[in-house]
Design a protein around this ligand. Structure first.
Ligand code: NAP
Length: 867
């Protein structure tokens, strides 16, 4: 007899997961009046706190902050007993939340969604469950957690062991008794570091197998922080608001102390205070630059290693426990209670797998390259297929039969870490591309759930039933996520943030590191711009405001934010003298730029008088001679001098291996057009004529400049061609002024808010040249004859009013038969590339510039460029 076809049940939404995220999502969806069914393969609510029951399991975010805020009465009624609560207490809390809001009635426990397929015709998700149910729903929401899919054990022979086997991530409900047993723990991440001291209390012998030594600081657990409780009591709303708009989801006063410039006393004081505080965000905030400056990071790392050495008595064990292969913070640091002290116990031993790797698990125990160990129990604390594991394992098929697993085969791609193209109405809470694991999850979860609930409400009110991100918006967000990571040290580590712990997993930085505050702002901006980057459809209607929500490099955005807080007067409202003073004051506080071999000042005698120059000679061997680059600083022909572009000149010298001669030409308004351009040509002639004395290679001379300096560099090249010499091997024009037309689209797009404004550009021109002269090729080289000019590298920045004239110059040069290379400084402003070691994202562009300069001198002896 044929089985009757099952009749699918219909819900507005299905939620997978009943942990922190799933419970709150369910609550909010119900509040919207939607019918919801939630599933969890666990036997009860709790998510990660249901499964991770290993001894010592606690949160590593202070409990004052690791809690829901949507229910004010719950906040009043519930008090945490400790600064860092234990797993049972957190589970009790989540059970209470489920009870208070009667959430269990809509959750099926011990039941999993086995597949989900988008039905294009019905515009619904078709879902099957482990109990054979068929469900149709409009919205499918994955609240599956970031660290919920245990990493499968790839250790040879893992199934062979005859004793007890435990996984920290799937600990038995009845617990484990290790009394009198010989126990192995494999793994020294947070789970291992929390459980090892407690397992050591029972075991007769404990052997810890460590692959990577991990940074850990003492949690100093005890009662909840008095300071945080006081702030909460004084003004709970303000405290929660501060958390929502903080970098990590906990109110933290971000330091402005830089490790490299702080005194030894300040360094020590700040570190000891963070150590005593015992909070992750404290120890990650000892110095403002520890997340991106290797030397500053090393100060913190060294002090932690000192602490380990002073705690662990056996020097060999202390050494092995001291992390050396990654920057502090780039793998998740741990909070411990007596972890390092445990290794002083006579029955505890550390096995360093870097010196004796595991060969195989055997029936009796573990065999390493050097020894055979017998055990009664093995505990795997080997971690998770983090962030993507649970999502790709969930058999989700979107449009055109494409599965999420296939789409993410080379790494995840999301818009805002919330949705992904090709999977309409699929929401993922705290997915890759959102702050998630780098933040206080409680705050990030509430933000995500609130955003999704708000979105569904807005869609309903506007008559839309489907939502999906556009490919443009998604690729823009993916780029932004990677841009944010790229300016930090984080991608350098083999961490689970990078997917590096799972063999074969693509290496992509998974979470959004730009901060909870920046992320929240981006999500809010998307909504405010009519759901920018999302396509919505409904009966007889569709809406799509396509675009990219964050196009600017994150460090450039920070610089602009900082400048805005300084309240400086616009340059174009100042006199030339005051503008020069302001520029000099700003220059005095910036990093110096890289070391070079030699810096030497001199003067160039030209018909109009002496022009000061500064020469930068590359460091290292060979000592020379080197190719020569004559460089002209920026500043709109009015501002700037040998100091203003000093870090950039050092950088150009170090990267190109050329001697850079930076020339200070005459400035307007004292010396107006064409004084600067004529000085530039005279300086090029003099440097060429004195190449040998300057340590240069005769005939290997390039000309370079930034902004107005690039203007006179371009003019000098035209004059040299017309004069029949000197021979110029190439010209490098960084964000050049090559025309006097202030109406190009880039002026419309970028003429306000990005330091070089249209008003300032007008001010520069007014100081430099009469309107009648501004179209002359000596002022506007784009309007000159471009044939026969040297090979050219032009750099343009996306957020620069001068962008389009730079592009136009490159095109015109090509049309004139001149080899022209156009380098786009993506997400940058006019001044980005000069801000060496401030705008870190400018470094890869400057590396391209250095490479371009080298190509001008194919016969020069190659030198190692700086990285
Ligand atoms: P984890 O940080 O990934 O640590 C896993 C450990 O196992 C690492 O030491 C790893 O070494 C080692 N390992 C993995 N595969 C191995 C192999 N084949 N052979 C030998 N060693 C191997 O995992 P976790 O400790 O479960 O923590 C994961 C994350 O969960 C934490 O970073 C944290 O975010 C969260 N968590 C938080 C708490 C808390 O305090 N609230 C507690 C537990 C977990 P490698 O480093 O060399 O890969």
């Amino acid at each position: 007899m044929n089985k009757p076809p099952s009749v699918p049940e219909h819900f507005d939404a299905v939620v997978v997961g009943a942990g922190f995220a799933g419970l709150y999502m369910l609550y909010r969806l119900r509040e919207l009046g939607l019918s919801v069914r939630a599933f969890d393969s666990a036997g009860d609510v709790g998510g990660t706190w249901y499964w991770n029951r290993y001894p010592g399991a606690r949160c590593d975010i202070p409990t004052t902050d690791y809690a829901y805020t949507f229910d004010p009465d719950l906040e009043k009624e519930w008090t945490w007993s400790e600064k860092y609560a234990t797993q049972p207490e957190i589970l009790d809390y989540l059970r209470l939340v489920a009870d208070r809001h009667s959430l269990r009635s809509d959750i099926e426990f011990s039941a999993a969604v086995t597949s989900a397929r988008w039905d294009e015709q019905e515009e619904r998700w078709a879902i099957t469950t482990s109990s054979g149910q068929e469900i149709r729903c409009r919205y499918y929401i994955m609240a599956t957690g970031c660290l919920s899919m245990p990493k499968s054990s790839e250790i040879e022979g893992a199934g062979r062991f005859g004793g007890q086997v435990y996984f920290t991530s799937r600990w038995p409900h009845e617990g484990a008794d290790f009394t009198g047993q010989r126990v192995a723990v494999i793994g020294t991440g947070s789970s291992g570091i929390q459980s090892i001291p407690l397992i050591a209390r029972q075991a007769s012998q404990l052997t810890v197998f460590q692959r990577t030594a991990n940074f850990s600081i003492p949690a100093h657990n005890g009662p909840p922080s008095a300071d945080r409780l006081k702030r909460l009591d004084e003004d709970r709303d303000e405290y929660r608001h501060a958390a929502r708009w903080s970098r990590g989801g906990i109110p933290t006063d971000l330091t402005d102390v830089f490790g490299m410039t702080a005194s030894e006393a300040v360094r020590r004081e700040r570190f000891e205070a963070a150590w005593a505080q015992g909070e992750l965000f404290g120890i990650l905030n000892v110095f403002a630059d520890q997340g991106f400056n290797p030397a500053s990071n090393d100060i913190v790392a060294t002090m932690i290693r000192e602490k380990i050495r002073s705690t662990v008595k056996d020097p060999g064990t202390a050494e092995a426990l001291s992390p050396k292969d990654h920057y502090f913070g780039t793998k998740r640091p741990c909070l411990d209670s007596g972890y390092f002290e445990t290794f002083n116990l006579p029955h505890v031993r550390l096995v360093d797998l870097r010196t004796q790797p595991i060969v195989s698990i055997t029936e009796e125990g573990i065999e390493t390259a050097d020894e055979s160990f017998g055990f009664d129990a093995i505990v795997y604390a080997t971690g998770f297929d983090a962030m993507t594991g649970a999502l790709v394992a969930a058999d989700i098929t979107g449009r055109d039969g494409w599965s999420l697993k296939e789409k993410w085969a080379a790494g995840p791609s999301t818009y805002l870490g919330l949705m992904t193209t090709g999977f309409p109405n699929l929401f993922m809470l705290t997915a890759p591309g959102s702050p998630s694991v780098l933040s206080n999850m409680a705050v990030s979860i509430e933000q995500h759930v609130d955003w999704v609930a708000g979105c569904l409400k807005d869609m309903r009110e506007a008559g839309f039933e489907t939502i999906e991100p556009t490919a443009l918006a998604e690729s823009g967000w993916d780029q932004h996520v990677q841009d944010c990571a790229a300016i930090t040290l984080y991608p350098t580590a083999s961490s689970w943030y990078m997917g590096a712990n799972v063999p074969g997993k693509p290496r992509v930085f998974l979470p959004y590191i730009g901060g909870v505050d920046a992320y929240r702002k981006a999500c809010d901006d998307v909504v405010e711009q009519d759901y920018l980057g999302f396509r919505m459809t409904g009966p007889g209607r569709a809406r799509c405001h396509d675009g990219v929500v964050r196009r600017m490099q994150p460090d450039v955005a920070l610089v602009l934010e900082l400048l805005a807080t300084l309240g400086l007067p616009p340059m174009d409202t100042l006199s030339a003298a005051d503008a020069r003073a302001l520029m000099a004051a700003t220059a005095a506080t910036r990093p110096p730029g890289p070391e070079v071999g030699e810096v030497m000042d001199g003067v160039i005698p030209v018909p109009a008088g002496d022009l000061p120059y500064r020469l930068y000679r590359p460091a290292g061997l060979p000592e020379g001679p080197h190719p020569l680059v004559v460089y002209f600083h920026g500043g709109g022909w009015v501002l700037g001098n040998l100091d203003s572009d000093d870090p950039l000149c050092r950088d150009l010298c170090a990267r190109s291996g050329a001697v850079v001669v930076s020339v200070n030409y005459r400035h307007a308004p004292e010396d107006r057009y064409p004084a600067a351009a004529l000085d530039a040509f005279a300086a090029v002639q003099w440097v060429d004529a004195n190449a040998i004395e300057l340590g240069g290679i005769p005939g290997q001379l390039a000309v370079a400049g930034w902004s107005a300096g690039a203007n006179i560099a371009a003019v000098a090249c035209q004059l040299a061609r017309d004069a029949g010499g000197p021979h110029i091997s190439g010209q490098l024009l960084i964000c050049p002024v090559v025309d006097s037309d202030l109406t190009r689209p880039s002026y419309q797009d970028n003429g306000d808010g990005y330091i070089l404004t249209t008003a300032l550009m007008r001010w520069f021109w007014d100081h430099y040249a009469d309107p009648a002269d501004r179209g002359d090729p000596l002022a506007a080289p784009l309007r000159g004859n471009l044939e026969g000019l040297p090979p050219t590298c032009i750099v343009t920045a996306d957020f620069d009013p001068l962008r389009d004239e730079g592009v136009a110059y490159a095109r015109a040069l090509e049309a004139a038969g001149v080899p022209a290379r156009l380098t786009r400084a993506r997400g940058h402003i006019h001044t980005s590339l000069t801000m060496v070691d401030v705008v870190i994202s400018g470094a890869p562009v400057r590396a391209e510039i250095g490479e371009a300069l080298r190509t001008f001198f194919p016969n020069a002896v190659p030198q190692e460029p700086v990285s």
